[in-house]
Design a protein around this ligand. Sequence first.
Ligand code: SAM
Ligand code: SF4
Ligand code: SF4
Length: 338
Amino acid sequence: MEKRLIKDQLNRPLRDLRISVIDRCNFRCTYCMPAEKFGPDFAFLPKSELLTYEEIERVARIFVSLGVEKIRLTGGEPLLRKDLPTLVKKLSAIEGLKDIGLTTNGVLLPKYAKELKEAGLLRVNVSLDTLNSELFGKINGRGVGVDVILTGIKAAQDAGLGVKINMVVKKGLNDSEIVPMATFCKEQGLQLRFIEYMDVGSTNGWKMDDVITKKEIYELLKEHYLLEPVDPDYFGEVAKRYRYDGTNVDVGFIPSVSESFCSSCTRSRLSANGQIFTCLFNGEGHDIKEFMRKNVTDEEIADRITNIWGARKDRYSDERTEESAKNRKKIEMSYIGG
Ligand code: SAM
Ligand code: SF4
Ligand code: SF4
């Protein structure tokens, strides 16, 4: 298929794609899937509604032909989807795709890290919000301790995968863990990324007051470390990075709330049931699954994606207010994958 580069209404190219492969999770993180809202009766997607790996590979290949260079697999917990390395292998064979990553809570990495690496996965982002096992057990809602995740991280490193750590910081929950986590990751040579707590979905009870901003975290770190700013690696890089002076270890910030980056947002998202979202804060997606199942050609699918991207005007974080956070219909983080 002929390659074309597409741009949206604000002149932003399509460069990266997040694919959620499953909306289920073995955790119930308080800021993502609070246990009281995601109980035993919660209606997760039935297996029959998920895109098959063949369908994901097809749509991903078409996305690559339209300019996507990076794909990240996510969920829910992506490692709960059966045979994920099979999908990674299919994706890594796509010509023109430069990077495949995975975001995971890390629990199943000891089982899958080696296989994922052999299948072509390059990097993993492992979510870890504290080094305190008791607190971590409360945050993940399942009583799972920190050791389980550290074992997962080690397995990923041993397998030769690049590893970054994602820490969501929520005021009064784990802000006391900012410095211990920074110190630990620096010593281990792991890039830590502090993520501002976001108003995704409508179940986590988000309030602006609960957000600890990038600036606050940065000021706190500066009391302990000398930090040098690092230039972005590419247009649209989301993390603002710094390097601990005299080392080659970076620390990053994802300031989605306090310093929005909509003007350089080049990311599309594909849900596990085949909906395309052009913004993390959309209420509804654009169907691609049923369309694909109608015997259409790759060109027709490419045209549809081109139209969806071409109509895009999203800049939710630029315009966010306490009111919009409460009143707007938004999909859940566990459904769209971050
Ligand atoms: N289960 C995997 C994990 O936790 O890494 C992948 C899916 S999870 C939805 C993707 C990322 O979103 C994780 O790094 C998680 O910490 C982050 N996340 C979840 N809820 C969030 C929120 N309310 N604000 C900011 N980040 C959030
Ligand atoms: Fe699951 Fe990840 Fe959400 Fe935690 S952040 S509940 S691990 S999907
Ligand atoms: Fe991109 Fe939407 Fe986030 Fe803005 S709010 S950076 S458009 S996903």
